[in-house]
Every structure is written in C-alpha cells, then in structure tokens.
Ligand binder design. Structure first.
Ligand SMILES: Cc1cc2nc3c(=O)[nH]c(=O)nc-3n(C[C@H](O)[C@H](O)[C@H](O)COP(=O)(O)OP(=O)(O)OC[C@H]3O[C@@H](n4cnc5c(N)ncnc54)[C@H](O)[C@@H]3O)c2cc1C
Length: 384
C-alpha cells in the first residue's frame, strides 16, 4: 500500500495569498451590502447570473489561469483556488461561468487548436461564454466507455446522433463538449474509439428538453442530437483520444472547493442562528474541522496542478470526503432546525436548509459517485 501517491505537497507560503483573499472578501461584502445577491446553497450549479459573472470577469477573477495571449490573466491555480473558495463560501451566484472556467478552459489550453483557443478562451475570461458537459447518457454514467452517441464522418466534419442526459445548464450555455463514439466498440479495448467535439448548442438538430429537479427548478436537461453537424475545426484534440482527454479533466472537475463548500453558506447562517437557540451550534466545531482539512487537501491539489503533477487520485479523495461533509452540513442543519418556532429572520434560514436537503443527493453523484471514487482510491493504494 502506497499512500504517498494520494498526498501532494501542500503549497508553501499560504500567507502570500492573503491580500487576494481580502480583496475578494471586500468585493463580496459590497455585493451583499448592496443586495446584489443573497447567499445560497449549491450556487455553482444552480445560481446562474451572467451579470455577476461579468462583474467577476471585470476584476480578473474568471479565466485566471488562461494565458494573457488568450485573453486570460496568466495567474496560478492556487490564486484561482483562493478566489473560488471565497466565492463559494459566500454562496455567490457563480453557475453561469463555472464549468467553462473550471474544466473547459484547461482542456482547451491542453488539447485545443489555435483557432479554438482564440475563439473561446477570451470569451470565457470575459464572462461572456458559457459551457456544459455532454458526457452522461441515459444508460451511461459511471461507465462512460459505454456511450452510444455516434459521430459519423461526412464531408468537412462529423454528424452526431444520440442523447445526453443530466446536462447542467445546457438550456443557457453556448456550447458543450460532447463525448461520442467515432469507431465501433471493441470489447478488448473498451476505451478506444471515443472522441470529443465542441458542439454549439444552437445548432440545427439539437433539442434541449428540461428535466425538473426535486426543488422544482430547472438546471438539468436532456440534450437530443439528431445528425448535428460539427465541422472538423470543432473536433477537440485527436479523433480516438476522447477517453484520455476526458479523464485528464477529472482532476480539475473533482478537486476544487465546490466539492466541500456547496453548503458552507448554510453552515455560516447556522452559526448566526446558534445564538438564537439553534442546536446546530453543537456540530459546528466538528464540521469546521472537516472543512479545514479539506481546504488543505484541495489547496494541495491546486498546487499539484500548478506544478503539472498528476493529481487525479488526490482529487478523488477530496471529492469523496468533501461531498460527504457538505451533505452532513445539510443534515445537521435539518435535524437542528426548530420548525415550530420560526421567526421572520429564521425563514430564509429554513429555506436554505430545505434547499440543501433537496440538493444533497446530487453532491455525491455528480462528477463521479462515491462508490466509483472509492474504487479509484483503492486502486491508487494498491488494494485492487
Ligand atoms: C447534480 C448533477 C449534475 C450533473 N451534471 C452533469 C453534466 O452537466 N453533464 C454530464 O455529462 N453529467 C452530469 N451529471 C451526471 C453524473 O455524472 C452521473 O449521474 C454520474 O456519473 C453517475 O452516473 P449514473 O447516474 O448513470 O449512475 P450509474 O453509473 O448507473 O450508477 C448507479 C449506481 O451504481 C454504482 N456503480 C456504478 N459503477 C460502479 C462501479 N464500477 N463500482 C461500484 N459501484 C458502481 C454507482 O455508484 C451508483 O450508486 C450530473 C449529475 C448530477 C446528480
């Protein structure tokens, strides 16, 4: 058993980032004071506010790791970590740009052509271009090698036919990365023959159908593609390399502070309620200790990404422990809520609790289920 592979070095001189942290906090304080947003839970998935995204972009807080030549800010993954952590802790409405900033931009930088980079990266960094992820299908979630969306070669490009599901934000996004089969499945090499395409979600042949979640809100979709034309210029990376490319997104997708801070605004609100006779106070110390550990682990992954080191197993650990913690925050808040003695101040708190409870099942599913991540960690430790 080798635990070392799971533990990247925590980045040094954390204090160096304090001034950036203070700057973001001051901005968020101004926003809260002016009422430009109300803290929410799971806002990185559900709270879509293009105006807020643009106001972050104007301060250089989107596309931070995109090089300056592509319209970004050439800053480090650790600096991006500091900014995203503050935004999530405040429960700010960051869903519009989240996926584009978190994993589409790094993938474009790694696998995109110059044309693709110049077309999308500046627009992402200015908070004007939003993306979705087109991986999951009705019978293909954890086992992505089984995707059935097919891309067929035609003059000048490809025609994609198939159905994607649980596509967050597709009804508002400009484009998504679709994973499709470009050559028949080979039982001996299941992960071969997959490719990634940049698909404009306004293309002919696309039908975006809403899936309403338990909260009554619409953020998921089913995206049906019927012979959608994608030009050769919009193939991402190499045909046949889809699996390698998709798995390289995972460290970005799984390790960030959104994997343990989705309900932090609730914990903060609970701490305020504690003085008003709420029993949540008893659990706050334990939950904060878990969050603090996760902060260090997630920061360590940001440092590893900065150094270009492999961090997918460490990212799996962050997601595994982090999503359990954010779910436990929701549960503790729910169990400690005195629903019979609600004051007007308590009403907003109760709404946050109810929302967190309804969003909770998604925490451990999205981005890789708990069981699948346990498998990743077990393999890293040589237990499988
Ligand atoms: C809130 C939310 C947002 C999402 N957004 C997107 C999105 O934008 N784009 C997108 O493409 N997808 C998205 N998804 C889909 C998500 O990636 C899948 O739900 C996830 O990968 C699991 O796939 P599945 O739902 O098909 O479950 P399945 O893969 O069918 O799994 C069912 C059960 O079997 C278990 N299982 C499966 N394989 C194994 C294994 N090898 N070992 C042990 N147990 C196993 C799982 O843990 C689970 O309990 C989203 C999901 C949620 C909840």
């Amino acid at each position: 058993m080798n635990p070392n592979g799971l533990l990247p070095r925590v980045f040094d001189d954390a204090d160096r980032y304090d001034s950036l942290r203070r700057e973001v906090r001051a901005f968020l304080r101004e926003c809260l004071d002016s009422g430009s947003f109300t803290p929410g839970v799971d806002t990185w998935l559900t709270d879509w506010d293009p105006q807020f995204s643009r106001s972050l972009a104007a301060r250089g807080w989107i596309g931070m790791t995109i090089p300056v030549e592509y319209g970004g800010h050439g800053r480090s993954h650790v600096e991006r970590f500091v900014v995203t952590e503050e935004l999530l802790a405040a429960g700010a409405p960051v869903a519009a740009h989240w996926i584009a900033d978190r994993q589409i931009a790094p993938s474009l930088m790694r696998f995109g052509t110059e044309e693709q980079k110049h077309r999308y990266l500046p627009a992402i960094a200015s908070g004007e271009c939003y993306f979705g992820i087109g991986m999951s299908e009705p019978d293909s979630g954890s086992d992505l090698a089984s995707v059935r969306t097919k891309a067929v070669r035609v003059a000048g490009g490809w025609r994609l036919t198939g159905t994607k599901v649980w596509t967050s934000g597709a009804h508002r996004a400009d484009a998504f990365f679709a994973l499709a089969r470009t050559s028949p499945k080979d039982a001996a090499a299941r992960h071969a023959g997959l490719s990634q395409f940049i698909v404009d979600l306004r293309s002919d042949g696309i039908d975006i159908r809403p899936i309403i979640s338990m909260t009554g809100n619409h953020h998921f979709n089913e995206v049906v593609m019927d012979a959608v034309f994608v030009a050769d210029t919009m193939v991402l990376g190499n045909i046949g390399d889809g699996w390698r490319q998709v798995t390289s997104e995972l460290a970005f997708e799984r390790s960030g502070p959104e994997r343990f801070l989705s309900t932090f605004a609730l914990l903060a609100a609970g701490a305020e309620q504690a003085g008003a006779g709420c029993r949540f106070g008893d659990d706050i110390g334990r939950l904060m200790a878990r969050i603090t550990g996760l902060h260090h682990m997630s920061a360590a992954v940001a440092g590893a990404l900065q150094r270009g080191e492999r961090a997918d197993s460490a990212a799996a650990v962050v997601k595994l422990l982090g999503t359990a913690t954010e779910g436990d925050i929701a549960e503790c808040a729910d169990l400690s809520l005195d629903r019979g003695a609600e004051t007007s101040r308590g009403r907003r708190y109760r709404e946050l609790v109810d929302l967190a409870i309804l969003q909770r099942p998604g925490f451990t599913l999205r981005g890789g289920t708990t069981e699948v991540l346990e498998g990743v960690v077990a393999r890293e430790l040589g237990l499988r």
